[in-house]
Design a binder for this molecule. Structure first.
Ligand code: DGJ
Length: 750
């Protein structure tokens, strides 16, 4: 049993050989955190790591007691995990331990996305009850330890056990107290079209906050926070990764306290949040996942990737190979009709594409982004025969058919808005702010969720639709729940998310065979919450290969490649105007769920030949790309080159990519030290495409000048200790490859 209870010293020890979390009931009944980090002997007591003498405890102001659920107002002035206002308006809590239960497996989190155990032997959960008798509050903390994963999943259920209404003001999903410093904070921030760039800085006295108040996690901050020891790098050093399984307003925050201790917390953003808890009612926080490792940032990513790919994603598509798709958006935008789509589909099928996706513009009278969201009926001007015959034609070409939708939105110019203006979120008496000429439907209202379920289910049943891209293109303004009384408006943002999750749950349950991809103007709601319903997400609207290096590098800290949609698009790139070789666009997009987003009718013969080879290559190695271990080798940030690799679970195949962002004259010799290989195996190292295959490449692509004919044999030990010769000393380089060039090597154990 990886959770043990030491009755004599009242300690709970969560241990699985990968980490230890030791909690102790302190002398005053509070639940202390005695240790979180390296695995410790479960037979020993660690009570001495907590405060042992409570004699002077009334004088405890600012003492860095490590607590599991810190609360404000009684001497701990650091950021709290729980703030509940009682009937008198006070918010001091004295939460004392009253009992716990250890159960095999992991109970589901009602109405919220969460990680899970498929079999009770995979995880052990402890539910710990803490009570404040004065306020009449019971807080049940749930901690799950997964077998063989260095992660703990945590959430909290609050129950009003007293006679008066309580108001929850702050309810963090997780808080961790670390007795010593220094730490550094790594977060992933950006904007539309440049999401999730890593930013790392020392945790100075005070706070570092990342968060969202947009009603979605947003392009701006990922709902995660890494705490790293200074000097920790990809392969070495201690760190924690906190990641929230949620898609709405969130806060991820770290604080360095007055005596050098640190605290981190992650959960619902307290700003604007207030949840009224009437007698007998309960409130459950979203789940947070906390990973620990002393083997560097790469190991934290490994832990999150494995958990999110295998025990957060659900449904039959979790484990199925994901199809290579072609999406119509950047190819034709709103400008299509049945005949044009059929031509595109035919050209796509000829390339080897497996899934043809019709993006925005097929419904209502949607010729631009100014109308029709909410009117989920086929536009007869563009598709007079409807979706059924189109899907059938696509299927007859040997591809599956997929469709774009934006269920949560309504255009002011739409039938839905005319009929139900009150369903759009807005504050009575105030104008509604429009974003992309659209408004957000009030999914905190059950009738809106019912309507959307029925409307979307009708479309999904009307044709053979095998894939849905669920988009969400603006954030919430004038927040107000139309069906909520004034004293419950503080619940609105979270109730919106609960309604949205309910809709996702209903539709994914009704249509389990559909492959769902979430999207929010690219990566505006790419988060673990969405991954519980849609196993893949559109990583960014930016399809430029060089910007994508940065975005995918950042996103890969938390998210597995199987979750990251990555497409090759036309040049000049529509977001940044850059011209990159077709090969490099594919090199970067291979490291994700691969596809194309261009008009295949506009390709030259050479481009078609090259794309056929790219698709065949991806399909041949798709298992490795989608289920292998992703390893970051060289960061694109601040460097003029970048490299990463993916290794099959059995370590017999690996694929390495190197991108020369800016070419330099007279490049120095360079070896790329690989990782994750089997040191005892000999690998055949082949460049892809080979010199022969590269003959079909377009002339602008110089990257094949040193493609080796045939293959080399190299030991895994050598490739890791000495490296792969990417710029050999002998013979020195003679011809430049050019900016934005790239190379791929396939390593196969013999
Ligand atoms: C934003 C998405 O991110 C794009 O891929 C595309 O689907 C457009 N919306 C369509 O409006």
């Amino acid at each position: 049993m990886p959770i043990t209870w030491r009755k004599a010293t009242r300690e709970l020890h969560l241990h699985n050989g990968r980490l230890s979390l030791v909690l102790g009931v302190l002398e005053n009944g509070w639940l202390g955190q005695l240790h979180f980090g390296a695995p410790l002997d479960p037979a020993a007591s660690y009570a001495h790591l907590g405060p042992t003498d409570f004699g002077g405890f009334s004088n405890r102001i600012d003492e860095p007691i490590a607590l599991v659920v810190p609360t404000p107002g009684s001497g701990d002035f650091r950021i709290p995990a729980l703030v509940v206002e009682d009937a008198e308006g006070g918010s001091v809590l004295d939460l004392v331990y009253t009992g716990h239960r250890i159960v095999a497996g992991k109970p589901p989190l009602d109405g919220l996305p969460a990680t899970y155990a498929e079999d009770p032997t995979e995880a052990t959960t402890v539910e710990i009850d803490l009570e404040d008798a004065v306020a009449g509050l019971r807080a049940t903390l749930t901690l799950t330890l997964f077998e063989d994963r260095p992660v703990v999943a945590r959430s909290m259920r609050l129950t009003n056990a007293g006679p008066h209404r309580l108001t929850v003001r702050t309810a963090m999903s997780a808080a961790i107290d670390l007795p010593d410093g220094p730490w550094e904070v790594l977060g992933f921030s950006g904007a539309w079209a440049r999401e999730r760039h890593p930013h790392r800085a020392p945790l100075l006295p005070g706070r570092r906050s990342l968060g969202s108040l947009r009603g979605a996690t947003g392009h701006q901050q990922d709902p995660s926070l890494f705490l790293l020891r200074p000097g920790a790098n990809e392969t070495a050093g201690e760190g924690f990764a906190l990641s929230l399984v949620y898609s709405g307003n969130f806060l991820a925050e770290a604080e360095s306290g007055p005596r050098g201790s640190s605290r981190a917390r992650i959960g619902l953003h307290p700003e604007g949040f207030a949840w009224a808890l009437d007698p007998g009612a309960s409130f459950t926080t979203p789940e947070a996942v906390v990973a620990w490792s002393d083997a560097g940032i790469g190991a934290l990513s490994d832990a999150l990737h494995g958990l999110y790919r295998e025990r957060l994603a659900r449904g039959p598509w979790r484990d199925r190979p994901r199809p290579v798709l072609l999406n119509s958006w950047e190819g034709v935008y709103f400008d299509f009709d049945h005949a044009r789509l059929v031509e595109m589909a035919r050209a796509a099928a000829d390339l080897g594409v497996e899934l043809f996706v019709l993006d925005d513009g097929w419904f209502g009278e949607r010729d631009s982004d100014t109308s029709s969201l909410g009117d989920w009926v086929v536009d007869p001007r563009k598709l007079p025969n409807g979706l059924g015959p189109l899907a059938a034609e696509v299927e007859a070409m040997g591809m599956a058919f997929g469709l774009w939708m934006e269920p949560e939105m309504v255009s002011p110019r739409s039938r839905l808005f005319t009929e139900h203006p009150d369903w759009a979120i807005g504050l009575p008496g105030r104008p509604r702010t429009e974003g992309r000429q659209q408004l957000v439907l009030d999914l905190s209202r059950p009738e809106v969720v019912d309507h959307l379920e029925a409307t979307i289910a009708a479309i999904l049943s009307s044709a053979s639709i095998r894939y849905v891209k669920w988009d969400m293109n603006r954030n919430i303004t004038e927040p107000h729940g139309g069906a909520l009384p004034p004293d419950r408006q503080g619940e609105f943002f979270h109730r919106y998310m609960l309604g949205t999750y309910d809709l996702w749950d209903r539709l994914t349950t009704r249509f389990p065979e559909i492959l769902w991809e979430s999207c929010a103007g690219g990566g505006g709601r790419f988060d673990p919450g969405m991954l519980a319903y849609a196993p893949q997400a559109w990583t960014s609207d930016d399809t430029d290969a060089i910007e994508r290096l940065a975005i995918q590098w950042g996103a890969s800290h938390v998210y597995p490649l199987s979750s990251m949609g990555a497409h090759v698009s036309a040049v000049p790139n529509h977001q940044v105007g850059r011209i990159t070789p077709l090969r490099t666009r594919a090199t970067v997009a291979f490291f994700g769920v691969f596809g194309y987003e261009l008009d295949p009718r506009a390709l030259t013969d050479d481009e078609r030949a090259e794309i056929r080879a790219q698709i065949a290559f991806y399909i041949e190695h798709r298992e490795v790309f989608q289920r292998g271990r992703f390893i970051r080798l060289r960061s694109p940030f601040g460097n003029d080159d970048a490299a990463w690799m993916v290794v099959a679970p059995d370590r017999r195949t690996a694929i390495v990519a190197h991108v020369r962002i800016l070419e330099r004259p007279v490049p120095p010799p360079d070896r790329l030290r690989l990782r994750g290989l089997d040191p005892g195996l000999v690998y055949r190292v082949e460049q892809w495409p080979s010199a022969d295959e590269a003959g079909v490449a377009r002339r602008e692509d110089h990257a094949d000048r040193d493609a080796q004919p045939g293959s080399q044999r190299r030991g895994g030990d050598l490739l890791m200790a000495v490296g792969l010769d990417i710029e050999p000393a002998y013979p020195p380089s003679s011809a430049p490859r050019g900016d934005f060039s790239s190379r791929i090597w396939v390593l196969t154990a013999r």
